[in-house]
Design a binder for this molecule. Structure first.
Ligand SMILES: [Zn+2]
Length: 471
């Protein structure tokens, strides 16, 4: 695979598997902004491990009305264990619940790109195809499913999502969330046709890859761009990765709480997904809005979306032991001061410059942290955690029983403020990345600029000085 293709791959794929890709965004024809590609892909591809239905004969009419408490294989305290988990409220018919509309397995998602590559640019046309799989039903009251069954994976994922949902309901019971669609193991393929010209001769390169070992939240916009459908998918573990990482990503409940965190972001700040081209930050819709706004604004919101999802995952477990911090996601531990590279989590000129593309990707081939919205999000999640924990401690918030419910309620009110800003501030067109981040973070700074908090703001958000009272 040559350099250009690898750049192309990572930029394409990052979008979908950034845990908040947006498949519908790929409908139509869109150019790719190749300048922001990164050399290291967080996407995993490989040979999908086969998961079978344990109960292939379970029909809708035989499905149990309520799953009740079930034994499932899931990841607890660093081990895979069979645990009893409360799944009451889930119907066995399509695994529907108060927050899940329906669940399908073995859907097929195919993403296609047809790209013309010149020495200075790459332009791609893209399209996608989707075939809905079968409804996932559960029969029998007290069944123990094998770990590598479709049913167990779905229940394990549902358990993590339920945690995140219950936290939102505990804090804001009046807010009814839109129901999501849940996809278990859609087979996701990427097909790329690459055309280059060499001495007048057109060379075509075809490549197909199957995406594995991940989970994502996505929003499919309706035709009129005014509404859409939110969904969460887990995609298969690969044979290759099983050897290295025998724990499936979706067996970590916190990963699914993270995905549900994107859904919460979407429900509290719906304009982000509906009005803007978020979340595929390397794509922007040429026909609709190929402006600086789209690029900068989407990137800022993508990063904040990741930060909120990480934070929501953390509070969903009401635990100081950050489940995101274990295994492969140590960088995302909200309590950790540094990245694995030893760099402090600090939103200053360098990470923002890299992220918003002030430097070319090639000159930064060893600095992959800051081209990824998850890393900018991780800094934000860390900063918010420090900021709000201090206030909780200082004030002994009598209204909230725990620091998690306090932080959760502050995050929800921040999202509401963000929604207000997005829908009322036309000036976003003219903001650079740094300013956009500061404007979107301002509601948090406005409420949390007490003397004890200013040192945190100066430490983690040093460029926000004109946007808070800590000057
Ligand atoms: Zn995410």
């Amino acid at each position: 695979m040559n350099l250009r293709l690898s750049l192309l791959f990572s930029s394409l794929i990052l979008m979908l598997l950034s845990s908040c890709g947006e498949v519908s965004k790929m409908l139509g024809q869109k150019p790719i902004d190749g300048d922001h590609s990164t050399m290291v892909s967080i996407v995993n591809t490989g040979t999908p491990k086969t998961y079978k239905l344990h109960d292939p004969d379970c029909r809708e009419e035989n499905a149990v009305a309520d799953l009740g408490t079930r034994s499932i294989w899931t990841y607890v305290d660093g081990k895979i264990q069979l645990v009893r988990v409360d799944l009451s409220g889930f119907s066995g018919k399509g695994l529907a619940s108060k927050f899940i509309k329906n669940s399908y397995f073995d859907s097929r998602i195919s993403l296609g790109y047809d790209c013309e590559i010149s020495p200075t640019s790459q332009k791609c046309r893209s399209g996608n195809g989707y075939t809905q799989g079968q409804q996932l039903n559960f029969c029998g009251a007290n069944k123990i499913y094998p770990r590598s069954s479709v049913e167990n994976a779905a229940l394990s994922a549902a358990y993590g999502m339920k945690k995140a949902y219950l936290m939102q309901q505990k804090i804001d019971p009046k807010k009814v969330l839109e129901k999501i669609t849940f996809e278990v193991f859609p087979i996701s393929t990427i097909k790329i046709i690459q055309r280059t010209e060499d001495n007048g001769e057109l060379i075509e390169h075809h490549e197909t890859r199957i995406m594995t070992d991940n989970a994502y939240w996505s929003f499919n916009k309706s035709e009129d761009n005014k509404s859409g459908n939110s969904y969460i998918a887990i995609i298969p573990h690969s044979e290759e990765r099983d050897l290295l990482f025998p724990i499936k990503l979706w067996e970590q409940p916190a990963v699914m709480s993270h995905e549900f965190g994107h859904h919460i972001f979407h429900n509290y700040a719906p304009s982000v997904a509906v009005k803007n081209s978020i979340v595929g930050l390397y794509f922007y819709d040429d026909a609709v809005n190929n402006t600086q706004r789209t690029k900068v604004f989407d990137k800022a919101l993508s990063a904040l979306n990741e930060g909120v999802a990480d934070k929501w995952s953390h509070i969903s477990f009401e635990s100081g032991n950050d489940p995101m911090g274990q295994w492969t996601l140590r960088n995302r531990d909200v309590n950790k001061e540094d990245f694995d590279t030893g760099t402090a989590k600090k939103l200053d000129h360098y990470p923002l410059g890299v992220y918003f593309g002030a430097y070319s990707a090639s000159s930064l081939s060893n600095d992959v942290n800051y081209t990824d919205e998850h890393m900018i999000g991780a800094i934000t999640a860390h900063g918010i955690t420090k900021l709000l924990s201090i206030k909780f401690k200082d004030k002994a918030q009598s209204l909230y029983s725990t620091v998690e419910t306090y932080i959760g309620s502050e995050v929800l009110s921040w999202l509401k403020s963000m929604e207000y800003l997005i829908t009322t501030d036309d000036g976003f067109d003219y903001y650079d990345g740094q300013t956009t981040m500061n404007v979107l973070l301002k509601p948090i700074f406005d409420k949390h600029s007490e003397p004890s908090q200013c040192s945190v703001i100066k430490q983690v958000f040093p460029l926000s000085v004109n946007y808070n009272k800590c000057r």
